[in-house]
Design a protein. Sequence first.
Length: 349
Amino acid sequence: MRVLIRGAGVAGLTVAHELAIAGIDVTVAEIAAKPGGGASWFAGGMLAPWCERESAPETVVTLGCRSADWWDAALPGHVVRKGTLVVAPPRDTAELTRFAARTSEFGWLDGEEIETLEPDLAGRFRTALIFKQEAHLDPRRAITALSGKLAAMGVIFHFGTAPDFPGDGFDHIIDCTGASAIGTSAGLRGVRGEMLVLETPDVTLSRPVRLLHPRIPLYIVPRGDGRFMVGATMIESDDCGPVSARSLMELLNAAYALHPAFGEARVIETGAGVRPSYPDNLPRFSAKDGMITVNGLYRHGFLLAPSLAQEVAAHILSTSKTNAIRPVKPFDPAAIIHRRHENPMGASR
């Protein structure tokens, strides 16, 4: 069986991985010059389903709670399992209480315990939440390593291609083009996320830290060598242009509120990505007229892509057994949750 995947972001690469390990002949076509050329390149890489529950449905926890294991198995050594720390300035303690009320699987920390976990935050916060089961990875390293692994497994890559890379001779075509599909798929919209990278030798963090604020919640993810990814805005827009002055000021002010040393940090990079999203902010896949469409990962790309990829692979493998492409209903997270209660390892293997 031969499968063509259009798009080499996190969705396309995870689907390619699931198919390749099943022995399927996979070709990936990407309009950018390298893998992860879209929103995946600007992701935070936080594998944090319980923190995301604060503003997302329980489905995100159910589908994302095993993502760290998937990435660890696919790319050993890339996942850092030190949890997520959530803090708030003393004047915003109510935000911390509200966050706790909407989430689970956390513990409360006092000031001394915060200092033990993150010495550079000593004396800055009176209380915090720690989500010990969460993890993170560097998205750019992960995308590069995953594409390299796939190439070594025999997956063929074409970069700098036309959007309609020809599908002649393929048994299945899978569209994982993300934001490029906005306007062509019913209900798919863009949500702009802006980020920046700061560099300073004066701050050390061991895990992602979320700073709660009534207006612009912030997360800071350590990238090593004194660099930190700071993000991210959520703006209802499909504009992929440069970061706005307002967003840059807000992100810098929030970073300074976490630690004053960020005020002297070097701004290494700014960037913006458009995250494709459906009205319910949940991903889905569907098959129609011989085309399988995978999209709508919203802000949960690295968190939910593995689960979605497993479902797509399971569908393709099941159709191959009958030598027929059956139409499928749109990806139904509720149905997956039901199956995984019966089979905790998921549907793909």
